[in-house]
Design a protein around this ligand. Sequence first.
Ligand code: C5P
Length: 254
Amino acid sequence: MRARGAIRYLAVMPSSAEHPRVIVALDFPDPGRALEFVGQLDPRHCRVKVGKELFTRGGPMMVERLVSTGYDVFLDLKFHDIPNTVARACVAAAELGVWMLNVHALGGRKMMEGAREALEALPGKRPLLIAVTVLTSLGDEDIHEVGMAGTAADNVLRLARVARRAGADGVVCSPREVKALRQTQGRDFCLVTPGIRPRGAATGDQKRIMSPGEAVAAGSDYLVVGRPITEAPDPLAALQAIQGEIDTQIAATQ
Ligand code: C5P
């Protein structure tokens, strides 16, 4: 059943050249190095992610530089606060011109609804609003320790339902959760997956990994890839190899 669903989904997918699915995680401690690095890539071929470290060092100017260079920027600050504060932070992020931003689903329905409403009220195209469900660094024991019942996977599915009802466009999830989320949330819910490793690449500290082809076949919309590209001797070649793997997977099912 599921395999046929995945094939139907892939059959209508554009290639990487038409629609870049790789989001390169700019996990650099130094904004200068990050800018030098993106100079080796092309905003037509990938998107980029700015997380807490780079944002704390490089600030909004870093984001504006990337946006003005033509990159779609995913601002990965995982907002989690009272609804009014998060809504205002989302507006501030949108005004930097980011393409995607995220909040914690555990901030609750009202917080996510507030974020969505604040973004909808802005003129022009709004950023995609993505929710973080359960951090992939947390296992079942960790979530029990903080008082949550059920498995991490149960909580991912439940929080994704809440996020969707609150107006989030999608969630960040581990590639292993993609199939179940596609089944429960349907096609038009954006699934963003880190934990991607091309075949033969070092896994580093990532445990629950999938290859780019496998993640796309499972139903992932966007693949967050850091070290396999940022630490490659030739980052552009590494990106192209990942895109090739994605396109081969798509072509194989058309
Ligand atoms: O280098 P690597 O490909 O492992 O980088 C993955 C990126 O995705 C990092 O920026 C990491 O912080 C982020 N991320 C993750 N797992 C999550 C959420 C975000 O690896 N659950």
